[in-house]
Design a protein around this ligand. Sequence first.
Ligand SMILES: Nc1nc2c(ncn2[C@@H]2O[C@H](COP(=O)(O)OP(=O)(O)OP(=O)(O)O)[C@@H](O)[C@H]2O)c(=O)[nH]1
Ligand SMILES: [Mg+2]
Length: 606
Amino acid sequence: LIIGTIGHIDHGKTALIKQMTGFDGDTTQQEKQRGITIDISFSHVKKEDKRITFIDVPGHEDLVKNMIAGAFSLDTVLCVVAANEGIKPQTKEHLQICKFLGLKHFIVVLSKCDLVDDETVFLRKHEIDLLFESLHLPYEEIVLCSIYNQSSIEKLKMMLLDLEKAPKNDYGFFRYYIDRVFSVKGSGTVVTGTVISGEVKCKDKLFLCETQQSVQVKAIQAQNEETQIASVATRAAINLSGIGTEDVERGMQLSNKGFLRGFKTVDAVVYKVDENILLHDREFTFFSGAKRLRVRVLQLHSTKEYSLVTLVFDQCLYSVYKDTFILRTDNRTVGGGEVLNPIADPMKKTQKIALMQYLLKDDFYNAFLLLTKVHKKGFGLISSLQRFGLTHEQSIAPLLNLQELFVDSEGLVVYPLQSVRFLQREIENIFGKNPYALISAKFVSQRFKWVSLSLAQHVLDELELKKIVSLENGLYAKTGTKVQEIRSFNQKRIYQILESAKLTPQAPYNIYDMLDLDRKSGDNAMKKLCSDQKVRRLAHNYFITTQSLDQAKDLMKEIIQKEGYIDIQNFKNHLSVSRKYLIALLEYLDTMPYIKTLENNKRIFQ
Ligand SMILES: Nc1nc2c(ncn2[C@@H]2O[C@H](COP(=O)(O)OP(=O)(O)OP(=O)(O)O)[C@@H](O)[C@H]2O)c(=O)[nH]1
Ligand SMILES: [Mg+2]
């Protein structure tokens, strides 16, 4: 369980934790001198199998940035209010931030109770009630404490050890915001942070999103003990290899490779603290996890409760659907919200607003329908986890029975029916122009890059049903054209194309493509031409007719006769084709029994 303090400066947060864990969070000289907490600190208590990690945060108004880094991953919040002072500005601001971060479990600690009488306690409780009510936040209990009353501390500690951990959102892949970086003698780079999704194991390969660097996990520590694995919602120190401390900083995110894409713009919902500040096209500081960035906020749509906005950063943000964030300016919190569209798609403003309104309600069904309209050439579900927080299976399930869509559950692409019809017409056009076309699903998806294999097969099946094409030996031909006829026609055409290209023919796949010919069937035709000795293969993609080859051979012999030898230099003067062809032709010449190759690569007659 991760429990954190929040509250106004000097209200006794650090002292409270010190009484419970024996650990003084104010360790630095500056903290001791000024008597305030400057950066977050961590400590632990254990009782049987129950473990608590405490995160202590600073209360100073200038240090709210550090408070946010500590607060975003809390299970339970200890809202510390000094009984002698009552509610103060940062009590409110911290609570507001916790609300924006989506935190739900609050316990209020009325600290320094030794300094006040019963009447004041009564008054404070009432103020606390009002504050939580105004923020629409629930709290579980108000606990009266004093560091000079050990039994009040023990009572609180026992209560915290009895708390159950609420299940955390887990996206099934590893995510971890780095909040501190240091170098440990003999071990190298060590980072600390909270596992916000998935798990990490020793020897795992991880990916540092911001720099796109691969790193490896050497060792993991949780609760000050070595461990092999750290799972979601635990704090962990990770010893990394493959990276120096100079390349890592607070706010960077570690993840598994391939799960997160970064974007400089994301769309989000923002809940406002003050309507007059959160205006269109203003700059703010954006906080999410331990990450902090400058952001420009573009308003798309506003209601009394919220604004739908586009956030524009000067570097990429690697965010996931419903990631929470805080917006601040001039040392004040002005709003907070959730990322709704972490993957920037070019979209009309009206579509964007509609999409976000669906996502606000978790209405994925309509969100998908809209996205397929935007992505006319197929909408990929590969990034479902980042985009919707859904696994591939979860995102596909509600779509399968939709008449308006073609769902490729293997290729994870969703197509609107419109593009299915479009592809159908394109294929009909191929056969309309070329009655000797011989194609397969693979051919179709190679020709039209946006088409998945399943979609191609689906459209071919439909055309077959309509008797526009016929299937023979796994290939589709125009109905009525005999496959044998097609084969010999195409063989002839391949030969003609090679012949007219002389010594510099195109690669076979390009020729097959010109002929609307499936690659395998093209290869068979080419093999037949080779076995009939009409065509020779000189290199991987270099096929020429035997006729052209004989002419080249004569030319090469002539050069030797006239100049005494042939090599790539003098051959080049006679034949202006690229080097790769010249080399292939010379290598062919080398196979002749009457040719001898000298050490300097000159060829002469034996
Ligand atoms: N009388 C009394 N004093 C307390 C109690 N708890 C804390 N204090 C004192 O209040 C002062 C501030 O305590 P801290 O724990 O540093 O306050 P904090 O909330 O951590 O302050 P920041 O981290 O700077 O926001 C210290 O001098 C403590 O000794 C308490 O229960 N009773
Ligand atoms: Mg403190």
